[in-house]
Design a protein around this ligand. Structure first.
Ligand code: CUA
Length: 333
């Protein structure tokens, strides 16, 4: 009895963990916000309910088989006459029906999740790098990172490729995973029904910091999207105060500029994220930390503490220098 109890508890715990792992926050297959994700979550629910029913039936048959002839002497136990019949139905016919139904449900969900044949009005290029997402908008002269802005209610074609190893782009609320492969361009369509921020994650193991290779998709009304686009295209204005100017000099006089770019300055590195409008982004380090002065100070001083293996080296600065650099970076809106 204790064993049965333990098995039951393990099953409940495993199901609970699965629901918790896929259902937390805004990165969830179970909180779909697009036609494609709705179809995917319908298949998910059909599989969950179906497998729960099948599991219950199997356990009931198992319990029946174990308990029905308890107390009988082994010599009296004869095989059931219905054994062959049960194997034919339970082992062949039922699995066949279940697999055909699942196959049909999956085939039905596929067209909505595929980019092929879909009309799109916007295109965004996303390049996976160890370990961040480089984002650019064809026809617009700027780069950004780890944050994709899309207009709500519009179909946006996301073209993905990789600059190093294989990654996978997955924003569960908006669509399925799409492999991000060096030398190849794959496509997925994002069509957010509601305005909001949807978290995505690299879904293919790509090295030490695979788990810290997340991104945010910001779906906003068309006017706000266009205003964001215009702002991104404008280089940030020259630093208006002596402190901000000192911060810029520290940035340009250190190793920062070899990896990062800031429009309107000599910094034009492409190894790391473009920082032209860094302060307008919601997170630091591919959604490792929220964007704010305190978090940024920790990140600049010891990035390896937050994201071990990141290519970002630690910065050795005096207190005054750090304050000036923080003020400058947080002014880049
Ligand atoms: Cu990139 Cu995992």
């Amino acid at each position: 009895m204790i064993t049965w109890f333990r098995v039951g508890c393990s099953c409940v715990a495993a199901t609970g963990f699965t629901v918790a792992a896929t259902g937390c926050g805004n990165q969830s297959t179970l909180a779909p916000d697009s036609h494609a994700s709705h179809d995917i979550s319908n298949v998910w629910w059909a599989m969950l309910v179906g497998s729960a029913v099948i599991f219950a039936v199997v356990v009931a048959i198992l319990a029946f088989g174990l308990l029905r002839r308890r107390g009988q002497a082994p010599a009296d136990r004869r095989p059931l006459r219905s054994g062959t019949w049960m194997v034919a139905v339970g082992g062949l016919a039922l699995p066949l029906v279940v697999l055909v139904v699942l196959f049909a449900a999956t085939i039905k969900a596929l067209p909505a999740t595929s980019a092929t044949g879909q009309k799109t009005s916007f295109t965004i290029d996303v390049t996976g790098r160890q370990w961040f997402w480089d984002v650019s908008y064809p026809g617009h002269d700027f780069r950004t990172a780890n944050e994709i802005h899309i207009p709500v209610g519009e179909s946006v074609l996301i073209k993905v490729t990789s600059a190093d190893v294989i990654h996978s782009l997955w924003v569960p609320a908006l669509n399925r995973k799409i492999d991000v492969i060096p030398g190849k361009t794959n496509e997925v369509v994002f069509h957010a029904t509601h305005a909001g921020v949807f978290r995505g994650q690299c879904a293919e193991f790509c090295g030490l910091e695979h788990a810290h290779m997340a991104l945010l998709v910001v779906a906003q009304p068309l006017a706000a999207y266009e205003s964001w686009l215009n702002n991104e295209e404008r280089p940030p204005p020259p630093p208006p105060t002596p402190e901000l100017e000192q911060g810029q000099q520290i940035f340009l006089g250190s190793d920062c500029e070899y990896c990062h770019a800031i429009a309107g300055t000599n910094a034009s590195g492409t190894i790391g994220p473009d920082l032209s409008h860094f302060a307008s982004r919601l997170a630091i380090g591919a959604d490792t930390l929220p964007n704010g002065e305190g978090y940024l100070a920790g990140w600049l001083l010891d990035p390896q503490h937050f994201k071990p293996g990141t290519q970002m080296p630690a910065t050795a600065l005096s207190g005054t220098e750090l304050q000036a650099l923080l003020a400058y970076l947080e002014s880049l809106r």
